[in-house]
Design a protein around this ligand. Structure first.
Ligand code: S3P
Length: 425
């Protein structure tokens, strides 16, 4: 395990940054390109290990991939066939859940394995609807946990109401739906990220979308030609860092700010952050975001807002730890089944650097320091990239440095984080 030292940014964070390509979009681009009839070109793919595992996976299903020095890739897809090897998703919950739905539409047996953290991620949420569609899914504890065995082939459409707000479940069912007889409809009560729907439409799939309802039918997909926009979940680290570190004036360019991904900006604004959103490009759902330091006040985050910022809660908790007053994150029990139990790991990490936070059944409460820098110290990232990077942000605004054990987890999503920190802090 590697340790990372995040130093106080004495003069604040400055300059302009590009964050890596969006991870959620990257996984989906690869899976759709591997089914599309023809050659897709994808530029700006997320460079982390999570997406690299999905790239290996589509090659195991027979997609032909060319990688260029520019970072662009070309994927020749069309007719995925039963893989001859076990598919390793590494640490990626999105990878294993989307691949389950995608593999359900492929004739044959697919075995999906991952790391220690993947072994505790619930899979019944995807196994259940995929079984209803005619796939056979086995796994530990009756298919509740990986490794998973997916026997795909002849599927039929279903109407399925997603029981927990989850774009991964919605995505898995829709990806199976493009290979199923009849219509596949997914209903959701809270809006979750819409990348699967957006990209299926871009590939010419037979899809219709209305509020809370998406229907797909068997489709031949056309190839993609896409520049993956910057990942808002990665941009959030820099934006919060600028908001809480005196002297900061930082701009992050070409960030995806479409449906259900930019909730963290609204929360920071409610807290009194100085944030400007410009260069809005509605065709690609991207914007430029400028953040400057200003004192923050507490807020409450709950209800349907939660799925729009679920991955940003660890770093928003850092903002809350430096704000004035009590911030509550509620209706967020999904945090318990992320790469770590993020209720426990966020509270533990904040507490070890001088913050004050307590776990709740469905979230956490953070009592802010009123702008006084946290002490700093040593934290355990709990094998979770977002806890590691949230603590690096805390380090930039702490009295003394924060030492983060388990920094290697950051390789799953943002291998250049350290370099970007040196560039702007
Ligand atoms: C994702 C959906 C969310 C999110 C994850 C990425 C996706 O998970 O936390 O990081 O790409 O669909 P859930 O679907 O479990 O909410």
């Amino acid at each position: 395990m590697t340790t990372y030292l995040s130093e106080r940014a004495k003069n604040g964070l400055k300059g302009r940054l590009h964050v890596p390509g969006d991870k959620s979009i990257s996984h989906r681009c690869l899976l759709l390109a591997a089914k599309a009839d023809g050659t897709s070109t994808i530029r700006g793919l997320s460079e982390g290990h999570d997406v690299a595992h999905t790239l290996d996976a589509i090659e195991a299903f027979g997609a032909e991939v060319d990688r260029f020095a520019t970072g662009a890739i070309r994927v020749r897809g069309g007719s995925p066939s039963e893989p001859q090897t076990v598919i390793d998703v590494g640490n990626s919950g999105t990878g294993i859940r989307l691949l389950s739905g995608w593999a359900a539409g492929v004739d044959g047996v697919t075995v999906l394995v991952g790391d220690k953290s993947i072994a505790r991620r619930p899979m019944d949420r995807v196994a259940e609807p995929l079984r209803q569609m005619g796939a056979r899914i086995d796994g530990r504890e009756g298919g509740r946990f990986p490794p998973l065995v997916v026997r795909g082939g002849s599927l039929h459409g279903i109407e399925y109401r997603v029981p927990v707000p989850s774009a991964q479940v919605k995505g898995a069912v829709l990806l199976a739906g493009i290979s199923a007889d009849g219509a596949t409809t997914v209903l959701e009560d809270a809006t979750t990220r819409i990348h699967t729907e957006e990209l299926l439409a871009q590939c010419g799939a037979d899809i219709s979308v209305s509020p809370g309802r998406v229907t797909v039918r068997r489709s031949v997909l056309s190839p993609l030609d896409i520049d993956v926009p910057g990942d808002p979940s990665q941009a959030a680290f820099w934006i919060v860092a600028a908001c809480v570190t005196p002297g900061s004036d930082l701009t992050v360019e070409r960030v995806y700010t479409g449906v259900a991904r930019a909730g963290f900006l609204e929360v920071l604004r409610r807290m009194g952050a100085d944030i400007q959103v410009t260069d809005e490009d509605p065709a690609n759902s991207t914007s430029t975001i400028r953040a400057r330091y200003s004192p923050l006040t507490s807020t409450r985050v709950d209800g349907t807002e939660v799925p729009t910022l679920i991955d940003e809660i660890p770093v928003l908790a850092v903002a809350a730890a430096l704000a004035d007053g009590e911030t509550v994150f509620a209706d967020a029990s999904e945090l318990k089944v992320k790469e770590s139990d993020r209720i426990a790991s966020t509270v533990a990490a904040l507490s070890s650097i001088g913050g004050t936070a307590e776990p709740r059944d469905d979230g956490l409460v953070v009592w802010g320091s009123g702008g006084k820098p946290l002490a700093g110290g040593a934290v355990d990232a709990a094998g979770d990239h977002r806890i590691a990077m949230a603590m690096a942000v805390a380090g930039m605004a702490s009295a003394s440095r924060v030492s983060i054990e388990g920094w290697d987890s950051v390789m799953t999503s943002y291998p250049d984080f350290e370099q970007d920190q040196r560039r702007c802090a």
